[in-house]
Design a protein around this ligand. Structure first.
Ligand SMILES: Cc1cc2nc3c(=O)[nH]c(=O)nc-3n(C[C@H](O)[C@H](O)[C@H](O)COP(=O)(O)OP(=O)(O)OC[C@H]3O[C@@H](n4cnc5c(N)ncnc54)[C@H](O)[C@@H]3O)c2cc1C
Length: 430
């Protein structure tokens, strides 16, 4: 029997792959994890942040669409960047013509007459090499500093590899106002028609629900001869020949008394940010904007997204909604601030952007996720490989975003779950 700790998308996709030979232990009373959709007062908020379903892996994407069945539609990204009191098309290099002439000149000059040759050693150098000083200093680096709460000079190229390089033609066209689109791989995306992104997790759960034990908060993991013994907070005990953890590895270590001695030190070298997000609903009309990116350091959130643009069923008629994302390191002053203080700053920010009036608000909530984004610092690749190797030496399998400590989306979680399922002798999804 195979035990799977955690019933987020990774654990469930693995359970579907493995068939009858496994059991999923999930602490919450429903499966969601980071794909949680908060459903309250007629609003549906993807509360960690906006989730779009896309993939460079066409087979996995087709599988995701198949699992969602009838409950899926395709949408077009309509993102914008709020820069110096105006909206610029996203990504920034595709909206240059709306900038002030001086800003536009500096962006173009930096791009065309770029002294930064590389090879770059970190995110800041990469941004200068690819985009030039204008675009890097005005948008890319302030935005990245804000989301990661980490110096781009100390950020590795692992993250930069995900940012597509714009064709020169697009930058020139965008500078003179000819319409172009960037980041084409996620311009069109899939999303559940109903139920928010959690509907994806639910669709997987529906395929394996008899093997999912809800309300089972794992409180201890231990090796007992050839078996793994898993004990819940309530004292229930399970034994498995094979164990897969999708829990954040930092949390796994806390409930694994006989973990390898060097695991704590390895985990201590892996940095991450939590999210202290604010969900707002108000009387008003929704538009098609999917998200707004905010590099301005004086606004607390780095991005707001609008659930109503993902599906009309995410907001009640005559209302609009947004999720404002605030990243913070677990030991930061920002994370230590009260929910009220964070909500006040978010409200000041959304008013500054002209998104809503306070008197129209009908719903407000602050929601925290201690694990949001793994940080790719300069030693990330070495450190994460070390952590995984230490755990692999015990025979325990790690799977998923914070178990493997990898900045992966749901599509990669699912693809890795299927691959692990095959290695563990799965029969394949029905
Ligand atoms: C801001 C943000 C934006 C994102 N945007 C996208 C996007 O646009 N597209 C996309 O595809 N992906 C996106 N993602 C990524 C996606 O949400 C994750 O990759 C995915 O949800 C991770 O799933 P997981 O199963 O690996 O981990 P999790 O979802 O974290 O699942 C772990 C599970 O373990 C459970 N658990 C924890 N402790 C215990 C315990 N002691 N006992 C039992 N159970 C426990 C948790 O309750 C949880 O259900 C985004 C993520 C974030 C944070």
């Amino acid at each position: 029997m195979i035990g799977i700790l955690g019933g987020g998308i990774s654990g469930l996709a693995l359970a579907v792959e493995l068939g009858a030979r496994c059991e999923v232990l999930e602490k919450s009373n429903r499966c969601a994890g980071l794909c949680e959709t908060v459903a309250e007062d007629g609003f549906l908020f993807d509360a960690t942040g906006p989730h779009i379903l896309f993939s460079k892996d066409k087979e996995t994407l087709a599988y995701i669409v198949e699992v969602l069945g009838e409950n899926v539609h395709q949408k077009k990204r309509q993102n914008r960047i709020w820069f110096k009191d105006r909206y610029v098309k996203y990504p920034f290099e595709n909206g240059l013509h709306v900038l002030d002439k001086q800003d536009l000149y500096e962006c173009l000059l930096g791009y065309l007459k770029n002294p930064h040759e590389g090879p770059p050693q970190n995110l800041a150098e990469w941004a200068y090499c690819i985009f030039g000083e204008g675009i890097a200093d005005k948008y890319l680096l302030p935005y990245n500093h804000k989301i990661w709460k980490w110096d781009p000079k100390l950020t590795s190229l692992d993250w930069a590899a995900r940012i597509p390089r714009p064709p020169m033609e697009d930058v020139l066209k965008s500078a003179i106002g000819i319409e172009t689109e960037g980041y084409l791989h996620q311009l069109h995306f899939y999303y559940p028609k109903r139920g928010g992104i959690e509907a994806l997790v639910k669709a997987f759960a529906d395929r394996c629900q008899e093997r999912v034990q809800l309300g089972f908060e794992v409180a201890e993991v231990a090796k007992e001869g050839q078996l793994w013994r898993v004990t819940s907070k309530a004292g229930d005990v399970r034994r498995y020949a094979t164990l897969v953890s999708t829990l954040p590895s930092h949390e796994l270590a806390k409930i694994w008394p006989d973990r390898p001695q060097d695991l704590d030190a390895a985990l201590g070298r892996l940095r991450y940010n939590g999210l202290a997000n604010v969900l707002l609903g108000w009387r008003g009309s929704r538009d098609d904007t999917t998200a707004i990116y905010v590099p301005d350091p004086d606004v607390i959130f780095h991005r707001v997204s609008f659930p109503g643009s993902f599906s009309e069923h995410c907001v009640p008629p005559g209302h609009a909604a947004l999720v404002a994302e605030v990243t913070a390191a677990p030991d930061s002053e920002l994370w230590a601030r009260s929910d009220d203080a964070i909500r006040e700053d978010v409200l000041a920010g959304v008013e500054k952007l002209g998104l809503l009036r306070r008197e129209d608000l009908v719903y407000q909530k602050v929601i925290r996720y201690p694990y949001g984004y793994p940080i790719s610092d300069l030693d990330y690749a070495t450190n994460v490989a070390e952590m995984r190797e230490i755990v692999a030496g015990t025979g325990l399998h790690l799977l998923g975003r914070f178990a493997e400590f990898d900045y992966i989306n749901a599509d990669v979680c699912i693809a890795r779950a299927r691959a692990l399922g095959q290695r563990l002798g799965g029969q394949g999804a029905p």
